[in-house]
Design a protein around this ligand. Structure first.
Ligand SMILES: [Fe+2]
Ligand SMILES: [Fe+2]
Length: 405
């Protein structure tokens, strides 16, 4: 989730020409067609109108992703005839909770938003826009995946399918609310375009379960941590969206709990050595991605009064503790070696980004990148091989006897 190039296009109703982030700030309105860093958006925009709109999209490993999966395998996994571990009464209870729709009236804006946005100036303004764009893309990615799962599982398992549809309702709300936030900065993400133009990453169902469980829980811990921090330090409350995070994060928590129930219904994804290796792998990739991303955007976190690394470590530790309730193995993130290696990766990543900024020809850049990528890989491997923490759901043992037949 990091550097991406932008496809930007002014909305002709508001503006007939670029530039986009002009300093006569509030006269222009722009559709951002691809999630982007504000800097690259600004650079692309500076090149002017149509030329900017054709700028290539550069996806990296750290870019927020859109996912797709093997829907036939998903159908088989949720077929109650095939899978006797499916605890339908637990899913019925979860469905009732989703139907209650606690946040139906929560996402209502007021005039504070635009007023606050107008006061955000300078570099913080750009980084704020980027935060909104990236968050909106991530929420929208959840919406697309859950919506499709809701559609595809309708016949096989209507209860699970309806939960997915209701989760897609939540994510659409979140993405829409963030996109409205962008309108305070005279921008809008073109979500229809994003749906068609974005590359989709294919993950087998079991990987979708690990990855989405973690992203929901990490999302919960990020939102609640920011909310609590700003409640205690209201002088940093520079934009009202954070006031909504308390109820908002409960949606993410519920989504995570649903994936936890799904995983429990698929003991084969939790109960062997392969499951342990994959669990550690997904924990590592999610934590490292967040850490490297956030350390490239310290201005945002400092802008709201947080220390980026402390914030991230708190989120990682809490997410890891939550995850330990269900994953069969997690990383020893509280071991100081883990943070030491994360910080080393941040340094290497900075050097890697610096290579990209030089005026060297591509071949030279690539040659310079090789040892840095090797160094990143060796840090990752060392973290992966750190002695893990054996974990798992307390009530998981209840599923064991059912595996006999
Ligand atoms: Fe969400
Ligand atoms: Fe969610």
């Amino acid at each position: 989730m990091a550097t991406e190039m932008a496809l930007v296009k002014p909305i002709s109703k508001f503006s007939t020409s670029s530039p986009i982030f002009s300093n006569s700030r509030y006269g222009k309105f722009t559709t951002v067609r691809m999630s982007s860093t504000s800097q690259s958006t600004a650079k692309a925009a500076a090149k002017g109108g149509k030329k900017a709109a054709k700028t290539a999209i550069k996806e990296t490993l750290l870019t927020p992703r859109f996912y797709t999966t093997d829907f036939d395998e998903m159908e088989a996994l949720f077929n109650t005839e095939i899978n006797k571990n499916l605890n339908q009464s637990e899913f019925e209870a979860l469905l009732q909770e989703f139907k209650t729709d606690y946040n139906q009236t929560h996402f209502v804006r007021n005039k504070e938003f635009k007023e606050a946005a107008d006061k955000i100036d300078g570099p913080l303004r750009q980084i704020f826009v980027e935060f909104l764009e990236r968050s909106c893309t991530a929420e929208f990615s959840g919406f697309l995946l859950y919506k499709e799962l809701g559609r595809r599982l309708k016949k096989t398992n209507p209860v699970v399918a309806e939960i997915f549809s209701l989760m897609s309702r939540d994510e659409a709300r979140h993405a829409g609310f963030l996109n409205k936030g962008l309108s305070d900065f005279n921008l809008a993400l073109d979500l229809g375009f994003l749906t068609k133009a974005r590359k989709y990453t294919f993950f087998k169902p079991k990987f979708i379960f690990y990855a989405t469980y973690l992203s929901e829980k990490i999302g919960y811990w990020r939102y609640i941590t920011i909310y609590r921090h700003l409640k205690e330090n209201p002088e940093y409350q520079c934009y009202p969206i954070f006031k909504y995070f308390e109820n908002w994060c409960q949606d993410e928590n519920r989504h995570g709990d649903f994936f936890s129930a799904l995983l429990k219904a698929q003991p084969q994804f939790l109960n062997d050595w392969k499951a342990k290796l994959w669990s550690r792998f997904f924990c590592l990739s999610v934590y490292v991605t967040m850490y490297l991303n956030d350390c490239q955007r310290t201005a945002f976190y400092e802008g709201i009064g947080l220390n980026t690394k402390e914030f991230d470590m708190h989120v990682i530790i809490e997410t890891n503790r939550t995850t330990a309730r269900i994953f069969p193995a997690v990383l020893d993130v509280e071991n100081p070696e883990f943070k030491r290696r994360l910080d080393k990766m941040v340094e290497i990543n900075e050097q890697l980004l610096a290579v990209g900024e030089t005026s060297d020809i591509p071949l030279v850049k690539n040659l310079k990148r090789i040892p840095l990528i090797a160094a990143l890989a060796s840090e990752l491997l060392a973290m992966y091989l750190m002695p893990p923490i054996e974990s798992g759901s307390v009530d998981f043992a209840e599923f064991e006897p059912q595996l006999v037949y």
